[in-house]
Design a protein. Structure first.
Lengths: 411, 294
């Protein structure tokens, strides 16, 4: 008698479990103001389609904490519907056999997405992830007042850049606002390699990791340029957060900063206007190139039929023009697909959109190395270690190239 | 009567068994899993394909691992050494039957109540050349004063020592103070009658009797040093660059953010080996001297 009640209870619990699995559960680490608003939008769209949204937000550590939680869930055989994973990590997860095919939602995507982007979302020719937004990394942010005082012309190459930096120094500013954290060092490095060597060289050296490109005079020159940039950074930069460096540019303490377009969020939050208070230009020598950092949701293997339906609807919703517009307005990035209403985007964003389209055609569209879009995390980490060491010691450019060559072979 | 006797036998075992089982599984079990992982091809997720010593080869070929090992040696040595000396000195000074001892003791012990994260963040601000000590001294008029250890790659690890000692010296002091109170006053009086100076009494009588306290303090500080993660993370973030990296940070980054679980596990095993290498001789020496005195 008692036993039967227990069996019934267990069975109903299991059934409840099964219906929970049909919810759309999304792992992400978008918990700050603008980002949280963007996620709420996605939730609304899915609930409109009759699915139940189950938020699985894990804050902190730039996603490290979330990844740890995700691994635990996948190993225990209970993956979420989708998780915020990007770049080659998508391939790593797919190789582990954890990702599911979402081709049914993605029939049109080949037409909508540039090829480099589409390839990053596919594993063995099948879509396994949906792209959310595009960040441009190779931006240079300049204080407009200081720039006007120095002649008003944004630098198009490194000679002009250093001339401008000298003028900023003469004005009593920290010429280059920078935060001495490894990923920020890598962000500057990536823009310098792109500016010194061009998109083709960038691709050979930092995406394909071709030893010939890495062990070359161009790479040596990139490190020399980086070494010179180092001399314009104040010594308090060690460990400074990127947004504090952005604040320096904003308050007129710093002249300019190399940073991706998430820096714009800081300017916007402080009611600063592009073209009046600050200038957003492509990093020196990179006007015809575009390093992208694309956030995406990787779709995990879900078995239940209704769960699969929810997953496909999620993928469709992510790529819809409405979601792309609202999300990216909140996040400060740009939509990944054409056909989105551009009216509400600001000048920096519209410039970013135009460049995204033109570089997609010209071949200057490259995955960002520093932000985990180009190479697997192990190799990226090893190379970032070299860059961080170079930025924080008196390592010579020649030694740096040799160390880079060794690091690029990390697997 | 008989029931009570048998209860005396099985009750302690019963009460202890959950703890025993839990630590067998969650401590020793996981140590075994980590050791096993360090011999596999594991990348993002555990993968039980045998790789022999390859992960250790990767680890020893990694310059960053050696940086972190060197930093651990510097930090561990100085942290334990200075904490012991400062703790002992404070304890001896407090033991001079001074007024307000309780109050002073609380002040010295207070840092222990903070977490390492708070300590690290506070010292980060204090030592930052543009915000803290250097700026204040310069504003007071000594304009050539410079103290930029926090942002100097060759000195950053020493700032971790400063913050660590600040936090833990009070704890060492408390243990030493307890030890000092336990020293038999008859022996000291006898020595005084024999005409020994205060210095000799401390050097020849009191400090040798504190031997077990030295042992306990070293044991506790050594494992704090080897597993230190939060203090370094908050204070320098392992920087500038990777200049103040320690094995715990290395292990965390390789296991969880770089998808090299195998290498991370190998470095964790090396940390375990370090702890064993430090602890076993210490415990062995202590156990032997304990037997000798009996």
């Amino acid at each position: 008698m008692n036993k039967r009640i227990i069996v019934a209870a267990v069975a109903s619990a299991l059934m409840a479990g099964a219906s929970v699995a049909a919810d759309v559960e999304v792992l992400h680490w978008w918990t700050s103001g603008g980002e949280a608003k963007s996620v709420a939008e996605l939730k609304k769209m899915l609930e409109a389609k009759g699915h139940k949204w189950k938020d699985f937000a894990v804050a902190g550590g730039g996603g490290d904490a979330a990844m740890t939680a995700l691994k635990a869930r996948v190993v225990s055989g209970n993956p979420p519907t989708a998780a915020q994973i990007k770049g080659p990590s998508i391939q790593e997860w797919a190789r582990e056999g954890s990702l599911g095919d979402i081709s049914d939602s993605a029939r049109e995507w080949d037409k909508l997405l540039p090829k480099v982007v589409a390839d990053a979302m596919k594993y063995k020719g099948k879509y396994v992830a949906a792209p959310v937004n595009v960040h441009r990394v190779n931006w240079l942010w300049i204080n407009q007042d200081a720039l006007n005082k120095a002649g008003g012309k944004a630098p198009a190459n490194y000679d002009e850049f250093f001339a401008l930096a000298d003028k900023f120094k003469a004005q009593g500013l920290v010429a280059i606002a920078h935060g001495g954290q490894p990923w920020q060092d890598a962000t500057v490095f990536e823009s310098v390699v792109l500016g010194v060597g061009g998109a083709k060289f960038y691709n050979d050296a930092l995406v394909k990791l071709d030893p010939k490109a890495i062990d070359s005079p161009t790479m040596l020159k990139s490190f020399d340029t980086l070494a010179k940039i180092k001399t314009y950074i104040d010594k308090d930069a060690a460990g400074r957060d990127w947004n504090l460096a952005t604040a320096m540019v904003m308050n007129g303490k710093g002249g300019m900063q190399f940073m991706g377009d998430w820096a714009k969020g800081e300017f916007t939050a402080a009611n600063k206007v592009a073209g009046k208070d600050y200038a957003c230009v492509a990093a020196p020598g990179t006007a015809n190139a575009y390093t992208f950092n694309i956030d995406s949701f990787a779709m995990f293997n879900v078995k239940a039929v209704d769960a699969k339906k929810g997953q496909l609807d999620l993928a469709t919703a992510i790529m819809s023009p409405e979601f792309q517009e609202v999300f990216n307005l909140n996040k400060g990035s740009i939509p990944v697909r054409p056909g989105v209403n551009k009216a509400k985007f600001d000048t920096c964003a519209t410039k970013s959109m135009a460049d995204f389209d033109s570089t997609a055609k010209s071949g200057g569209l490259e995955p960002s190395f520093a932000h985990g879009m180009a190479v697997p995390s192990a190799t990226q980490g090893a190379i970032v270690d070299v860059i961080a060491k170079f930025m924080n010691s008196n390592m010579s450019s020649k030694d740096a190239v040799a160390a880079l060559l060794k690091a690029s072979k990390t697997k | 009567m008989q029931i009570r006797a048998s209860a005396d036998r099985w009750l302690p075992k019963l009460v202890l068994s959950p703890t025993l089982a839990a630590s067998l599984v969650f401590v020793y079990g996981f140590i075994l899993i980590t050791v096993a992982l360090s011999f596999t091809e594991s990348r993002l997720l555990p993968n039980w394909e045998w790789a022999g010593l390859e992960r250790y080869a990767d680890l020893f070929d990694n310059e960053r691992f050696w940086t972190s090992a060197k930093n651990l040696a510097i930090f561990g040595g100085l942290f334990i050494g200075i904490s012991l000396i400062v703790g002992l000195l404070l304890a001896i000074l407090l033991d001079q039957k001074i007024r307000g001892e309780g109050f002073l003791r609380a002040i010295y012990l207070y840092p222990m109540a903070l977490s390492f994260i708070v300590t690290g963040t506070a010292w980060k601000w204090l030592l930052n050349p543009g915000l803290g000590l250097e700026r204040i001294v310069q504003q007071l008029g000594w304009t050539s004063f410079s103290f930029d250890w926090l942002v100097n790659p060759d000195r950053a690890i020493y700032t971790v020592v400063i913050a660590g000692v600040w936090q833990s010296a009070g704890f060492a002091m408390a243990l030493f103070l307890a030890g000092l109170r336990g020293v038999d006053s008859e022996i000291i009086k006898a020595a005084q009658v024999d005409g020994a100076s205060a210095l000799t009494i401390y050097r020849r009588i009191i400090i040798p009797t504190l031997r077990p306290v030295f042992f306990s303090v070293t044991l506790i500080l050594a494992h704090i040093a080897i597993k230190s993660f939060d203090l370094v993370m908050a204070l320098t973030g392992g920087g500038p660059g990777t200049a103040s990296d320690v094995p715990a940070i290395f292990m965390y980054q390789f296991s969880f953010s770089r998808g090299q679980l195998g290498v991370g596990a190998a470095s964790a095993v090396m940390m375990l080996m370090t702890i064993i290498a430090v602890m076993v001789p210490l415990m062995y020496a202590e156990a032997r001297s304990g037997q000798g005195s009996r």
